[in-house]
Design a binder for this molecule. Structure first.
Ligand code: SF4
Length: 367
């Protein structure tokens, strides 16, 4: 057949240097990775590994765990060893846990310079230990814990203040010839956050970890993150992303992957093309779309499924998709690759679509 062109993207990726977080490459031409963070106590090794397994299954590439105490630090070796994906230890306040995490076999360590006392004096030792172990670092600047000196200078956590902090910390690592780090400059306001990352991307070729911090509950946080990441990714800025939601971390991963898929920065998987419904609808489109989505959850092959309420746009969209239904008069016309394969009563639309989807997926090599 015809060679298929790669899907269009909004901008070429900005060229950043590539680092490694365990087996996952970040920056350069590496695919943009999706991260999340465990909500389990790190000391509960089994619960944490269970959550990491769920995150891995939902498409998480890298996971972070908090390390606020010695007991947490002692749990890190088992977690790092048994996790299927690279583990980053998240360290605030106590530099000794940075060294513990490196010794524990974590793939990377996140440090927050604003929250580590006398951080500047410790950079040399941290850089040396990380380099010896092949561990990378994230310099994680956060509006809520900005270096007090910069807070005083700028009055508040402005984009300029976040960038100044990040560039300063980066220079400290670079002075010690350590380059295996990425940077984040998170703020809860998407506008400030976007400005900060735009400015930071002009200042160096560091790989950037995108995040809107404290983005809120699922609905608000999803939109804040999608808006901010979209603005940056559409300019080629961003090498790894973390959506922060006050919701289970699996939801963060789903949202992150959906953002990347929407921008063609990751191959699309299951895509439901469903209409919003209107006064012409002759079936319950919401219910149909929800039931089809639920029935096909977990499908790993790219499949476009159209669920349309009536015959206005229905047949057209259903024909464009791999599979679809256009409804009318209590019946559904089921389309596969543009051909009507059968017409079924409304009550059988969902089961028929799922059956057909499974059959197509099998042909496409779904395990
Ligand atoms: Fe309305 Fe039909 Fe369009 Fe759905 S496909 S929004 S029911 S006109």
């Amino acid at each position: 057949g015809m060679p298929s062109l790669p899907p269009p993207v909004l901008a070429p990726r900005r060229k950043t240097r590539k680092i490694k977080v365990g087996k996952v490459e970040v920056g350069g031409d590496a695919p943009i990775s999706v991260q999340s963070m465990c909500t389990t106590p790190t000391t509960d090794i089994n619960a944490t590994l269970q959550q990491i397994a769920e995150l891995t299954a939902s498409g998480c590439d890298i996971v972070r765990v908090a390390c606020p105490s010695q007991d947490d630090a002692e749990a890190l070796p088992a977690i790092a060893r048994k996790s299927q994906i690279p583990v980053i230890a998240d360290i605030h306040f106590q530099p000794k846990y940075v060294f513990a995490a490196i010794d524990a076999g974590c793939a990377a360590v996140r440090v927050n310079p604003g929250n580590i006392r006398k951080f500047d004096d410790q950079v040399k030792q941290i850089a040396a230990a990380a380099k010896d172990a092949g561990v990378s670092i994230r310099i994680g600047v956060n509006a809520g814990s900005l270096d007090p000196r910069l807070l005083e200078k700028h009055g508040k956590a402005t984009a300029e203040a976040l960038v100044e902090s990040a560039v300063w910390e980066a220079s400290l690592f670079e002075e010690h010839d350590f380059h295996d780090f990425k940077i984040s400059v998170k703020h809860n306001d998407p506008v400030v956050m976007v400005k900060a990352y735009e400015m930071l991307s002009e200042r160096g070729d560091w790989p950037l970890h995108l995040g809107v911090t404290e983005a809120g509950p699922a609905f608000q946080g999803t939109i804040k993150s999608a808006t901010a990441f979209g603005a940056l990714l559409s300019k080629g800025i961003g090498d790894t992303i973390r959506v922060s939601l006050s919701a289970p971390p699996v939801e963060e991963v789903k949202v992150g992957n959906q953002i990347l898929q929407s921008l063609n920065l990751k191959p699309r998987k299951l895509e439901i093309v469903s209409c919003p419904s209107c006064g012409r609808a002759q079936v319950d489109v919401y219910k149909l779309a929800d039931e089809v989505t639920a029935g096909l959850e977990g499908m790993t092959v790219p499949l476009r499924v159209a669920v349309m309420g009536c015959v206005v746009n229905g047949p057209g969209e259903a024909r464009e998709a791999d599979l679809g239904v256009a409804s009318g008069n209590g019946k559904g016309q089921i389309f596969v690759k543009g051909e009507v394969v059968k017409t079924v009563p409304e009550s059988q639309i969902v089961e028929t679509l799922i059956e057909e989807a499974m059959r197509i997926a099998e042909e496409m090599g779904e395990p």
